[in-house]
Design a binder for this molecule. Structure first.
Ligand SMILES: [Zn+2]
Ligand SMILES: [Zn+2]
Length: 170
């Protein structure tokens, strides 16, 4: 299981499911080391309404998309996803310092229904099986996921943001 969770997330990840087929799809809920499951969500990239009325995050500027979380209770923060440093293409290509240090404009997400700013967070990754990443010779196969989905749920009114991030990385 841990073979398929990126380093920065593994301590926060509580497995929900693992489906092994042509690809490996792992899904988990996030909780802080202090066991709190509510996070303030900051993101970059633009939010827009998808065709099904769902809110989704899309890359518009040069910094792609990403999300960082901070624990409601103890303030611990983590970068859940950064399209410039995470995912298959980046791991294969290698990250250049010029793109890594670009300033990002972070926005704090608030629930459109109740204006609360705390969310439960679920993340899902799709990886190639280890036999294939070994062939490619990837040093950081955990971070070489090909797809990431992040779903949120308002901890006050329970409004769901299914696949708020739905991002193919390779
Ligand atoms: Zn905490
Ligand atoms: Zn709400």
């Amino acid at each position: 299981m841990k073979d398929f969770i990126p380093h920065q997330v593994v301590d926060y990840y509580n497995p929900v499911s693992l489906i092994e087929g042509d690809t490996i799809v792992s899904e988990g809920n996030l909780s802080c080391l202090c066991s709190c499951t509510s996070f303030t969500v900051q993101h970059w990239g633009e939010t827009r309404k998808g065709i099904l009325g769902q809110v989704e995050l899309i890359a518009t500027g040069e910094n792609g998309v990403g999300m960082s979380l901070s624990c409601q209770k103890c303030g611990t923060s983590l970068t859940l996803f950064d399209s410039e440093t995470d995912g298959y293409d980046v791991v294969v290509r290698g990250v250049t310092s010029s793109t890594k240090n670009t300033l990002k404009k972070l926005e704090t997400l608030s629930c459109p229904k109740c204006f609360n700013k705390q969310f439960h967070v679920k993340v899902k990754y799709e990886h190639l099986p280890k036999t294939e990443t070994d062939v490619v010779g990837l040093l950081d196969s955990k971070n070489a996921f090909q797809w990431i989905w992040v779903s949120l749920e308002c901890n006050s009114c329970s409004k769901k943001f299914r696949n708020f991030i739905d991002h193919e990385t390779g």
